[in-house]
Design a protein around this ligand. Structure first.
Ligand SMILES: Nc1nc2c(c(=O)[nH]1)N[C@H]1C(S)=C(S)[C@@H](COP(=O)(O)O)O[C@H]1N2
Ligand SMILES: [Mo]
Length: 201
């Protein structure tokens, strides 16, 4: 039996939990700032532009034709819930970025959703097998409320960096804050360094 309590003392604490986080167990909370959009996989596209050699746009069918992989691990929301031992299936963002060719001058990217949500990430957090475009959660199609048909997955950062209903990435030669970052959240958001708000670590 796992404890639902946020603070369970050192003895019962799972080593997979970053500081200040608690385990939601089998729950999967929904956190959405905007109105939930209705995005069809028939019309969904993902655009990579800005500082790239070949601006690229993919349909959902083209994305699904890329090598598929399943990621298993833990996700951490800045509001302090973590979901341990979950899984998502999709394509590594590396294979999409290989098509576009990120320019050496790019340092950051702004990820954007058709619903208006944005979030910024350094290029190193999006490459090297650390980010995915996913369409399945625990073996089932990603539901609309969790970002279906396709969302970003950048699980080593707080989950606000994983945009639901993601529609594109724009590569930039500077850091540009996204939705939560403009509201005082940290630009990078590493849960192990507890980078919740601007100024933390
Ligand atoms: N488009 C969009 N993506 C988003 C959000 C959002 O409000 N809108 N919330 C972020 C936050 S704060 C979290 S914790 C996760 C929540 O994903 P979930 O609702 O599937 O749990 O999505 C992230 N991606
Ligand atoms: Mo979150």
């Amino acid at each position: 039996m796992s404890s639902p309590a946020p603070f369970v003392g050192r003895r019962g604490r799972d080593a997979r939990l970053p500081p200040g986080q608690y385990d939601v167990g089998s729950d999967y909370p929904v956190l959405t700032a905007e109105a939930t959009p209705n995005v069809s996989s028939k019309t969904w596209t993902f655009t990579v532009d800005g500082l790239v050699e070949r601006p690229t746009s993919l349909t959902a069918a083209e994305l699904r034709a890329l090598p598929r992989s399943t990621w298993e691990g833990d996700i951490h929301c800045v509001t302090t819930w973590s979901k341990l031992g979950t899984s998502f299936t999709g394509a590594s963002l590396d294979s999409v970025l290989d098509l576009a060719g990120v320019a050496p001058s790019a340092t950051h990217a702004l990820s954007w959703s058709s619903s208006g949500y944005t979030t910024n990430l350094p290029v190193e957090d999006l490459t090297g097998g650390r980010a995915w475009l996913v369409w399945e959660h625990e073996g089932r199609p990603l539901t609309t409320e969790h970002g279906g048909p396709v969302r970003m997955l950048v699980p080593h950062l707080y989950f606000w960096k994983s945009a639901k209903w993601v529609a594109g990435l724009r590569f930039l030669d500077h850091d540009e804050p996204g939705f939560w970052e403009r509201h005082g959240y940290h630009h990078r958001g590493d849960p192990w360094r507890e980078q919740r708000y601007a100024g933390d670590g």
